[in-house]
Design a protein around this ligand. Structure first.
Ligand SMILES: Nc1ncnc2c1ncn2[C@@H]1O[C@H](COP(=O)(O)OP(=O)(O)O)[C@@H](O)[C@H]1O
Ligand SMILES: CC(=O)OP(=O)(O)O
Ligand SMILES: [Mg+2]
Length: 401
């Protein structure tokens, strides 16, 4: 069975074609810096034991433009891997917000699409792009079964004390205002890898997903017990363009004292804040360069970014009653040794001891970066949301057939 997976993040579009259940990748692609100048496409094809990479640089203003490029790469001579769209049996879509309605992987029907559309305002950087992906895929691969895998699903195991807000209950029961949590597919994938690596299915793990969007999860015995994003992907950590946790009164102040319309405040906190607001760039590679050049804004932004993560580590260690492993994943978590170093400073009280030499190594596989004596493990685990989505599609279709 050929499963094509589309993972639209806020700044990126990732896609993979797999032969399942063998988990054999046929092509893998990553488009970065969507919406910024100089978007980068990396498209890799695996045929007959050989690997061929195509790299392109062009300006892609939005996810729609990015998807059009993907379609070209998939089908054109030289880069293509399919002759006929009918070769794709299933398209697996990452959908970020599933609301209260979707806690499991689901086959996409017109009613499901309607629901995803109704959640646009709760995930403005994501659900619209996810929806576009579904529409493009339905047109292109009209014979394929379209499946949605929700970022919110893995967090459904949180206890009520973790997912409720201390506001009158009717806002939860009638309006669904609660913590949902996001990046669930990634947290689930890396937490499972830690369980295997430690050979301890009961492990107490803190997963730290640092991409353009950033979130953490406290995971006990493979199940999420708390997470840092909330009702929407705006809460918690400092991100590429999002503020993360902020006193709600700031919103009232901006509205009533400064006269900012709600839409503008929403835009400010989701798209103009975080590292972008603090330094002028949402791309951690650029912030890192500025920091190395002595830019005080970049130095402070790095400190704030790491300090926020440390505070969540402390609270999740409390929630878990200890920690067996910290896991860094996603674009920044996998690649930025400096972030990992700053986060792991002053963590001896938790038994976290980072090994600088191991931390500096860069490769694409699971690696341990703590000292040999460190009671807690510190791991870098490349996430693979696409593979997790492909596996979940297989499981769902085995159940419904
Ligand atoms: N070598 C690197 N060093 C530091 N940051 C990096 C590196 N490579 C990628 N990143 C950062 O990863 C982030 C994107 O991560 P990713 O997980 O792809 O994001 P998303 O899926 O949220 O769009 C960007 O901020 C980018 O700067
Ligand atoms: C939910 C979220 O923030 O996703 P991403 O990091 O892919 O933008
Ligand atoms: Mg992502």
């Amino acid at each position: 069975m050929n499963i094509f997976v589309i993972n639209a993040g806020s700044s990126s579009l990732k896609y993979q074609l797999f032969k399942m259940p063998a988990e054999q990748p046929i092509c893998v692609g990553l488009i970065e810096r969507i919406g910024l100048s100089g978007s980068i496409i990396n498209h890799k094809v695996f045929t007959g034991g050989q690997e061929k990479t195509v790299r392109e640089e062009l300006d892609l203003p939005d996810h729609q433009a990015a998807l059009q490029e993907v379609v070209k790469l998939l089908t054109e001579a030289g880069t293509g891997v399919i002759q006929d769209p009918g070769e794709i049996d299933v398209v697996g879509h990452r959908v970020v917000h599933g609301g209260e309605r979707f806690s499991d992987t689901t086959v996409i029907t017109p009613a499901v699409k309607e629901q995803i559309k109704m959640l646009f305002h709760l995930a403005p950087l994501h659900n619209p792009g996810n929806f576009q992906g579904i529409e493009v895929a339905e047109n292109l691969f009209h014979k394929a079964t379209q499946v949605a895998v929700f970022d919110t699903a893995f967090h459904q195991t949180m206890p009520e004390k973790a997912y409720r807000y201390a506001i009158p209950a009717s806002f939860y029961t009638q309006d669904g205002v609660r913590v949902y949590g996001f990046h669930g597919t990634s947290h689930k994938y890396v937490a499972a890898k830690v369980g295997e690596y430690l050979d301890n299915p009961e492990a107490k793990v803190i997963t730290i997903h640092l991409g353009n969007g950033c979130s953490m999860a406290a995971v006990k015995a493979g199940k999420c017990i708390d997470t840092s994003m909330g009702f929407t992907p705006l809460d918690g950590l400092i991100m590429g363009t999002r503020s993360g946790a902020i006193d709600a009164s700031v919103v009232f102040y901006l509205a009533s004292k400064l006269g900012m319309p709600m839409e503008q405040i929403d835009n400010l906190l989701n798209k103009k804040s975080g590292m972008l607001g603090l330094t002028g760039s949402s791309d951690m590679r650029e912030v890192q360069k500025a920091r190395a050049a002595g830019d005080p804004d970049a130095i402070l932004a790095y400190e704030m970014y790491a300090y926020r993560i440390q505070k969540y580590i402390g609270s999740y260690a409390a929630a878990l009653n200890g920690v067996d492993a910290l896991v860094f994943t996603a674009g920044v978590g996998e690649n930025d040794a400096l972030t990992r170093e700053l986060v792991c400073q002053n963590m001896e009280y938790l038994g976290v001891h980072l090994d600088q030499t191991r931390n500096a190594v860069r490769n694409g596989s699971l690696r341990e970066i703590n000292t040999p004596e460190s009671p807690a493990k510190v791991l870098v685990i490349p996430t693979n949301e696409e593979l997790e989505i492909a596996n979940q599609c297989c499981q769902l279709l085995a159940e419904v057939r």
